[in-house]
Ligand binder design. Structure first.
Ligand code: ATP
Length: 318
């Protein structure tokens, strides 16, 4: 199996012990390890793929706890650095009664933002077949430079570049800056996955149709995906496009569904990129990825909910 390297942030979400309350009203919080790139790495490993995470954590109890979680889940941790000064990032997250997610981040700055280009494990990145990343690591220096260097090294080594912007507006100085920076690395990626919300944000329109998606196309792109939660996903390539339905499940928490979807897709294409040119085979892979996303919504939290290959195949057969 080819190696999938996932680059970016890993942090702890603190989630209220009861649902439907504001952060101020929450009587207590539970730790939920996360960070989209770390979730993707664990999603890959749980499906039986080879994964590594590259990023920086605080040299504190939480940082070592997160590194331990990666290792326990079979993710290579030799691309992780520990910062001696800054703490591991924390986020307090709640799903309020009105359905809106409320975030409060503790990153002032956190260790993940302080990864330096010279700290990158370049050998690890060069040994990857797929290099996956988001956009949170673009927000501030020196992590931004580390991100750009890692991408360049991966590209030069012949990796497939996979990009899930994972918009977190409260972390950016302004929406305009977020849009500009997210798009600044757009044409480097071979595979891009956006959610419906990100599609609206990036195209500055309220339409989630083919025209909107295709306005995000770039000439070197191999696959563009739009995920639509319970409405499944859409795919666009140079030669064909279409949609794949979602599975009906009892959803309790959608956190990590997008990361599970990406992890599944990458696991299936890492050793055979000709799938991207074959619509029938790509649709099979996207059914699998939709199934992987769906199962992740059945349980609370992202990492505990990520399925094995057998779990996904059971859902698909059932
Ligand atoms: P997140 O930011 O919550 O990780 P996302 O917005 O990036 O997720 P989604 O569109 O929510 O991504 O989910 C990815 C895929 O997972 C969807 O395309 C779909 O196949 C599946 N999925 C997500 N939510 C549901 C749901 N409620 N029921 C069934 N399948 C779902």
């Amino acid at each position: 199996n080819g190696l999938i390297v996932s680059f970016g942030e890993m942090l702890i979400d603190f989630v209220p012990t009861v649902s439907g309350v504001s952060l101020a009203e929450a009587p207590g919080f539970l730790k939920a390890p996360g960070g989209a790139p770390a979730n993707v790495a664990i999603a890959v490993a749980r499906l039986g793929g080879k994964a590594a995470f590259v990023g920086k954590l605080g040299d504190d109890e939480f940082g070592h706890m997160l590194a331990g979680i990666l290792k326990e889940n079979g993710v290579r941790a030799d691309g992780i650095n520990f910062d001696q000064g800054a703490r591991t990032a924390l986020a307090f997250v709640t799903l309020r009664a009105d359905g809106e997610r409320e975030f409060m981040f503790y990153r002032n700055p956190s260790a993940d933002m302080l990864l330096k280009p010279e700290e990158l494990n370049l050998e690890l990145i060069r040994s990857a077949k797929v290099f996956h990343y988001g956009s949170i690591s673009l927000i501030v220096e020196p992590c931004r430079s580390a991100h750009l260097k890692a991408m360049e090294v991966a590209k030069d080594a012949g990796c497939l570049l996979s990009y899930d912007p994972n918009l977190r507006l409260p972390l950016w100085p302004s929406p305009e800056e977020a849009r500009l920076q997210i798009k600044s690395i757009w044409d480097k990626a071979d595979v891009i996955k956006v959610s419906d919300v990100e599609l609206e944000f990036l195209t500055e329109s309220d339409k989630i149709d083919d025209a909107a998606a295709l306005s995000l196309w770039h000439p070197n792109l191999k696959l563009l995906l739009v995920t639509l939660g319970e409405h499944g996903s859409r795919y666009y390539t140079k030669n064909f496009h279409g949609s794949v339905e979602a599975y009906h499940v009892n959803t309790v928490d959608t956190t990590g569904a997008g990361d599970a979807f990406v992890g599944a897709l990458l696991t299936k294409i890492v050793d055979d990129q000709t799938i991207l040119e074959d619509e029938a085979r790509l649709r099979e892979v996207l059914k699998f990825a939709n199934g992987c996303g769906a199962i992740t919504t059945i349980k609370k939290g992202a990492i505990p909910a990520l399925p094995t290959e057998a779990d996904v195949l059971n859902l698909i057969k059932g």
